[in-house]
Design a binder for this molecule. Sequence first.
Ligand code: TYD
Length: 155
Amino acid sequence: MLADRINLCKIINFPVVADYRGNLTFIEENRHVPFEIKRVYYLYDVPTGAVRGGHAHINLEQVIIALSGSFEVVIDDGYKRKSVFLNRPHYGLYIPPGIWRELVNFSSNSVALVLASMPYDEKDYIRDYEKFRKMVREGFWDESDKRVAEKISRL
Ligand code: TYD
């Protein structure tokens, strides 16, 4: 198993085209994010104190962007946990398969945009933290982690 799987989560800095009319950011699949984008969803009107996420994925890769406002993404690789604060729309947090995540501390009017590598499939979710930890300990994501490490080195 990789030591620090959590380092497979990466902040991506997307292009910004800035001129006197304002800023423009664009994202192309397999270029600015390391997968084909199969689904986009967004969280908005999140009440103060609400916690979103609270799961890991078997195969899904995602990039989470604070399109507006701010929030924190707590990521957990089964051993280590850290919090990533997102507050600018040109940054995205890449999360590979096999990472537990929770989205917390949403500011008012925040919008969390999520780019996902697969259509919605409840079977891809692990919603039980102890089950997730057991799968990490058993090396469930070892092969996936190697592929992810290789492709994010090219980002
Ligand atoms: P949920 O997974 O609880 O959201 P999050 O974990 O990101 O806070 O999803 C809430 C509901 O929405 C759940 O019934 C599944 C449904 N859903 C879809 O139908 N399609 C989707 O793409 C997503 C992300 C959720």
